[in-house]
Ligand binder design. Sequence first.
Ligand SMILES: Nc1ncnc2c1ncn2[C@@H]1O[C@H](COP(=O)(O)OP(=O)(O)O)[C@@H](O)[C@H]1O
Ligand SMILES: [Mg+2]
Length: 221
Amino acid sequence: MIKLESIEKVYRTEQVETVALSNINFAVDEGEFISVMGPSGSGKSTLLNVIGLLDEPTAGDLSLNGRPINSYADRYLARIRNEEVGFIFQSFHLIADLNVVDNVEIPLLYRRGLSGKERRAMALKALNRVGLSSRVRHFPSQLSGGQQQRVAVARAIVAQPHILLADEPTGNLDSQMGDEIMGIMQQLNEEGTTIVMVTHDQRLADHTGRTVRLFDGRQVQ
Ligand SMILES: Nc1ncnc2c1ncn2[C@@H]1O[C@H](COP(=O)(O)OP(=O)(O)O)[C@@H](O)[C@H]1O
Ligand SMILES: [Mg+2]
């Protein structure tokens, strides 16, 4: 489902060259839930961004759903990303001016052939899925951190992606709220979503099928 072969990512500026990822090789099967751990700066976010087609590797091969990603032509990539991948971030990334249901509808705005009514129905279904049906008209600032992250999860799953990528999704939450988010992700995984989660929390990593560990951009055992 996700396959990385000899993936390298080098950030170059005029002054410095940073090797963010070096010789990364692993595969994630359909339906797996894996965690990625490593110290700050070890390349975890870069790895997730490469898998999620937000960032182009400098070298190596990536395939998603058996489809090699070798053309980084923008429109093609944006479509695969929109259809195959959902993202959750540590700091929620909700739009403050939009209410909850409008935030959740955002990924659907890029889908052709959906009416406003259909979009709304899909967003409400995703919000129900994360237990937020009673907060659909609230604005992000009116919600707790855990609720905001649940909105972000609803937004990530509203277009029913096969792959969910989560970058320290519980990093800004207390442990109870973090456990709630983890519980929702586990349910999504049981229903078939493939998940790659970056975490600093060994306790959460223990609940995933296996852990990929990074150090200085390299995979370690
Ligand atoms: N856009 C960028 N430009 C230059 N260097 C970057 C950029 N993004 C990340 N890096 C560098 O790549 C390395 C890995 O970063 P990152 O993937 O964010 O690590 P982590 O998520 O594990 O903390 C770091 O040394 C970081 O400074
Ligand atoms: Mg990071």
